[in-house]
Design a protein around this ligand. Structure first.
Ligand code: SF4
Ligand SMILES: [Zn+2]
Length: 363
């Protein structure tokens, strides 16, 4: 078992305030902490006059998933991804679908532990193509994710972030320097929604998306969980998808996923399928080439089509790839147009399996 001492590592993004408190500069929460206090994310704390990460090498569990589950539809489709998270989160979304992990303050009960070299080794031995930092936001465990990514890269594994993108300018550069692909939550498109429902602000998320587009080669897609009456109006979706096309271009895939009542939003019904389809239609009418529905069974809405000739390039039935009409260069077999994304020569065959991994049983 990793001791509390071993799980605590130094961090870089902070400064001392005039009143003696320390401000964490990792995310736009800018927590100002007295000695011994934890930040809102709970995993970073002021210890001995410095901000430390307290969950290095500790995880809420490991599992191999289909990459489509992150969701990433244009990054090594059909491949298995070794997935893990830690505890805590720097947003406070009332609709959180992973609140048992993200709101966990019981970091001592984190079930599994693993140092970066072991994660990379086990992921490679299990035949994964990538490792994903997911379930809770990896921004808050940047130092752990960074070291895992470095070990993964040594073994030829890619590094995937599932994130809300709520991070400050300087750490953003470091964070995405070791990430190969990301799914970024674009939770809504009004400041009012972000502030009231997530406790964060919209602009830093847009800045992250612009940074990814303009300054990096990271492959990225977006996800919007549509909550009835909160962020699903045609006008908001029209504004959002126009912004994406105007600022990020037509090739960034957008996922519109169904909300299920959870956490502090038990009084709101699940998202009707028609709302997801409408969102997809709005996106495509505004020029988004690849728009998807999620968390519902919708073969047409989850398959990938050639934006030039309309051929189905990758058919999907939940997480099973039912068709593959890309050549070895990722181009449409009917018309030769390249599909945006990162593709292997062949479709992956992981399917819909979900395989829990117990690190303790691996040497
Ligand atoms: S990373 Fe955590 S401690 Fe730092 S500002 Fe954000 S919520 Fe606060
Ligand atoms: Zn085509």
């Amino acid at each position: 078992m990793i001791s509390d001492h071993e799980a605590t590592v130094a961090t870089e993004y902070w400064h001392v305030l005039d009143d003696g408190r320390i401000q964490c500069d990792l995310c736009p929460r800018y927590c100002k902490l007295h000695e011994g206090q934890h930040g809102l994310c709970f995993v970073r704390a002021n210890e001995n006059d410095a901000i430390v990460l307290t969950t290095y090498g500790r995880s809420s569990g490991f599992c191999i998933d289909p990459i489509e589950k992150k969701p990433l539809n244009h990054f090594l489709p059909g491949s298995p991804v070794f997935s893990f998270g830690t505890a805590g989160c720097n947003l406070a979304c009332k609709f959180c679908q992973n609140w048992d992990i993200s709101k966990s303050r019981e970091i001592r009960t984190l079930a599994d532990e693993a140092m970066p070299d072991k994660i990379a080794r086990v992921a490679a031995a299990e035949g994964c193509r990538s490792v994903a930092y997911t379930y809770n936001d990896p921004v808050i465990f940047l130092e752990y994710a960074r070291d895992v990514a470095h070990e993964c890269h040594k073994l030829g594994l890619k590094s995937v972030a599932v994130t809300a993108g709520y991070i400050c300018d300087e750490p953003r550069k470091e964070f995405f320097s070791f990430i190969d692909a990301a799914n970024v939550d674009l939770k809504g498109f009004t400041e009012d929604f972000y502030w009231k429902i997530t406790g964060g602000h919209l602009q830093p998320i847009l800045d992250t998306l612009l940074y990814l587009k303009n300054e990096t080669d990271v492959w990225f897609e977006t996800t919007t969980l549509l909550i009835p009456g909160k962020n699903d109006s045609p006008e908001e979706l029209d504004n959002m998808t126009r912004w994406v096309v105007d600022n990020l271009g037509p090739d960034v895939p957008m996922h519109f996923t169904a909300f299920h009542p959870d956490w502090k939003m038990l009084d709101i019904p699940a998202t009707p399928e028609a709302t997801l389809k409408k969102a997809r239609d709005i996106a495509m009418a505004n020029g988004v080439r690849y728009a998807y529905t999620g968390n519902v069974h919708d073969k047409a809405g989850q398959s990938t089509y050639c934006h030039h000739c309309g051929q189905c390039l990758i058919g999907r039935d939940w997480y099973i790839l039912s068709e593959w009409n890309l050549d070895e260069h990722g181009c449409c077999t009917a018309c030769g147009t390249r599909c945006a994304g990162v593709f292997a020569e062949h479709a992956g065959d992981w399917g819909a399996r979900r395989k829990p991994i117990y690190m303790a049983s691996h040497a």
